[in-house]
Structure formats: structure tokens, C-alpha cells
Design a binder for this molecule. Sequence first.
Ligand code: FES
Length: 81
Amino acid sequence: MDGAEFEAPEGQSLGVALALAGRLGLRRSPTAQTPRGLFCLMGSCQECLVHVDGRPVPACLEPVRAGMQVALDRLSQGRDG
Ligand code: FES
């Protein structure tokens, strides 16, 4: 994730794996710049958008796969990330 490796069970929700790794802030809201992360856990709210292998996906619906490249929104790199 963003240049760092972390382990999670294959098939687990990427959003849950990130949360268990302590990464709750996945991006920032475009206007208020407030941290956003898991909310609905069913793909509806899009608050958990991350980039996996270069494509935007809701982290809550994306299964963990070996070697996947996960990039968080550049705006999420603040103190809350
Ligand atoms: S938590 Fe709502 S789409 Fe992922």
C-alpha cells in the first residue's frame, strides 16, 4: 500500500484489511478535506475509494489478492491517514 507492504488474508475485504492494519482514513472529502473511510460496507457510499492496480474501486468490495498495488488518494496523506 503506497509503497509499503502489508499482509492480509486473501479474499478478505480490502477495506476491512486496511482498517485492521490501522488505516481508517482512505481519502479526504474534496471540499472540506475531512478524512473519509469505511461507512456502508456495501459499495453504496463510495467513501472508501482507493486505487487498486491503477483503477478506482470501493475498498469495501475489493477482495485482497497477492501482489495487488493499492494507492490511497493523495489527499489522504495528512495526519489522519
Ligand atoms: S464503505 Fe461505502 S462504498 Fe465502501
